[in-house]
Write a protein that binds this ligand. Sequence first.
Ligand code: NIG
Ligand code: FE
Length: 415
Amino acid sequence: MSKRYIRHASELVTCRGQAPKHGKEMADIGLIHDGALLMEDDKIIAVGTTEELDALVNMEECEVLDAAGKTVLPGFVDSHTHFIFGGYRADEFSWRLKGDSYMSIMERGGGINSTVAATRATSLEDMVAVGKERLDTMMEFGVTTVEGKSGYGLDCETELRQLRAMKQLNEEHPLDIVTTFLGPHSVLPEYKGRERDFLTEQLENVMPIVKEEGLAEFADIFCEKNVFSIEDAEYYLNKAKEMGFKLKIHADEMASLGGSELAARVGAVSADHLLQASDEGIRQMAESGVISTLLPATAFSLKEEFARGRKMIDEGCAVAIASDLNPGSCFTNSIPLLVALGCIYMHLSVEEVITALTINGAAAVDRADTIGSLEPGKQADIVFLKYPSIHFMPYHTAINLVDTVIKKGKTIYKK
Ligand code: NIG
Ligand code: FE
C-alpha cells in the first residue's frame, strides 16, 4: 500500500462535479488555492485545502510531494488522434503554404491515400516503435490518456495491424490508449462511386474481427464532400452501433453537410472538427448531449476558419479540445498550442479550455467516470505546471509548462 500526499499547490484544479460540463458549467473548474491531494496506489482518496487535509493525513505514512509555486491539474485527455501511421507528408505542407488546398491534394491521389500506401508498408514492430516515441512526447505535454484511430490501412490486414500496435502500446506504455476503428477514412480509387460496397466490406469482413479481438471501442467515419456522404455515414454508423461500437464522426470539417445533426440523430458520443457546423447542428449537439470536439491545431495548420467554439458553449454544448495529431492536416500534438489557439482565437476562457482538455475530453472517450477530474475515487492521473496559476497557460504562449506527470499514482515524467 503506497500513499502519496501533494501539499501546498498554489492552485489545484479539480474539474469536479457532474460530467461532461455543458455551456456555462465549463467555466467552473473547482479551483482550490493552497490545494492538497492524497492518493493511495492508483486512486485519489482525498482533495481539499492543505489545511483541511493536514488535519486528516498522517504524513509519516506518506511520501509528501511539495507543490508550492505550482499549478496542479487533472492529466490531459487527447481525445482525437491518428498517431499510428507510416511515412510523412512534409511536401504537402509546403504545397499548401504555396496555395494548394487539402482537398485538391487529396483529389490528386495525395493526402490520406498516400499515407495509406506508406502505412501498408510499415511492420507492426515499426508501428510500435514510432508509436512509443509519439506517446512519450504526449506524456511530456501532460497527456495521460489518448484516443488513437486506425484508418491508414483501409484493408483488413493493415487496419488490424494499426489497432494491434495500439493494443500492444496500451500494455507496454504508461499512457492509457482508447482505440477507434476508422476504416472509412478515405475512398480508394477502386471504390469511387461504390462507397457502399466499401462500407459493407468493412462492416462484414473487418469489423467482426475488430470486435472479436476487442481491438476498438469506437467506430468513426470521415463524413465529407467527395468522401463519405451523410447517407453513407448514417448507414455505417447505425450498423456499427448494432455491432456494439460507440460512435464518433469526423463531421462538418470542410463542408457543412449536416454531420453534427447526424451525430445527434445516431447518438454519437462525439462529433469532431465542426468548422462548418450549422446553427441547427450546434443546437442539436447541445440538446442531445453529443460532445463537440474541436481540433484548433488542424484549422490553424490548414489556414481555415476556426470552429465556432464560443457560440457552441454559449448555446450549451459540451466542448472538448483535442490535437488531431496526424501526418497530413495536423502534424502536432502540442497542448500549449491548443491552449493558445483556444484562448486567443476561439475566445474561450482559460477555465473553459482546461475543462475541454480534461473532463470533457474524458467524456469524449467515455471515461468521465474514472479520469478527467481530481476527485476521491478517480484514477490518480495528475499534472504539475511549473508556474503558480492557470493564467500562465495562455500567457507563456505555446511553451510547455509541464513539470511532473503522475499516472495511476506513479510519477512517469519529471522535467
Ligand atoms: O482528422 N479529416 C480527416 N482525417 C484527418 C486527416 C488525416 C490526414 O490528412 O492524413 C483529420 O484531419
Ligand atoms: Fe481526425
